[in-house]
Design a protein around this ligand. Sequence first.
Ligand SMILES: *Cc1c(COP(=O)(O)O)cnc(C)c1O
Length: 378
Amino acid sequence: MTQPKREPFTGELTHDPRVLLGPGPSNLHPRVTRAMTAPILGYLDPDFLAIMDDVMVLLRHLFQTDNEMCITLPGTGMAGMEAAVCNVVEPGDEVVVGIHGFFGQRLAEIVERHGGTAIRVEVDFGQVVGTNRIEAALDAHPAAKMVAVVHGETSSGVGQPLEEIGRLVRERDKLFLVDTVCSLGGAHVPVDETLIDICYGAGQKCVGGPAGIACITLNDRSMTVIGARSRPVDTWYLDLTLIRKYWLSERAYHHTTPGPLVYALHAALRMIQEEGLEPRIARHQKCGDLLKAGLTGLGLELFGDPVNRLPMLTCVMIPDGVDDATVRSRLLQDYGIEIAGGFGPLKGKAWRIGLMGFSCSERNVHYLINALREILAD
Ligand SMILES: *Cc1c(COP(=O)(O)O)cnc(C)c1O
């Protein structure tokens, strides 16, 4: 389809703000937005290096880790996923991937794009992967190098328990990789305690920052495995041994760090520290519970394993006779609220409602529930 010809915008963009209650991006606190307008610094300016050092300290707090390697990457959450996989996987390596939704599928696909073999341990949408299934996969593939899972599966609204798998993977002396793009900043991600070796997140979900910046942490075990590769990482841009030199040792140029995104992430991380991890996680839990109660109060049915439903992403079934697109466009046009449609088997059948970072407030829950009540009554 060709685009209709039109004149470009002139002057500033004038769209109204939205209430972002989808799977990300989430709304930014004004302080985070303001941080992006701080003066630009060169990527080796001592003031910039000091901000980077601060970001590393704040990320260690967020990931609950002592890992030295706790840095940002240019790019969205997918840059974190790609980096986490491609730095470890060499052609022929086997990786056990626990799949409980769309992002697990992506992890497996990325393993294969880098020449690895993904051993898929897949469960139905809405369920979580049992440790026994991972154990059976490791028994059948004793040479596997790594086990990878998604913590918060944004496609199904279900959270994968990590502790047992972490212990199993460490017993078997494999690497444990966890995607926390959805959950980081809104749920506990105790990297060291859970025996996670490689973990990544992104700015724009519960962390409360902008899109375009990923965060990643790796422990010494995983950096040793990466250092022992028989050939260099097959992407130069996301090669963590090179990027490490910029963040931690020689401070040598690798790429131009996107300063305003780092400033904004820094502000978001400071706000996490000021709020406190516990109160912040409690806020996400409380608002998530309130939303679920409000939706069931409207007579709607929640999706997914009730024991493991995520606080920050709720998947709810669309009632019979209600048109998905009509409701979502009315929410957007009449109320300025964004929510998302269902994914994969839930396409057209469910909505996905996010309560992430600054978007996660009781006020937003009440606003959405009232808007839905009005729309569904028509
Ligand atoms: C959003 C998301 C990603 C991808 O992040 P982008 O910022 O969209 O690239 C990966 N994994 C999970 C679990 C996510 O929710």
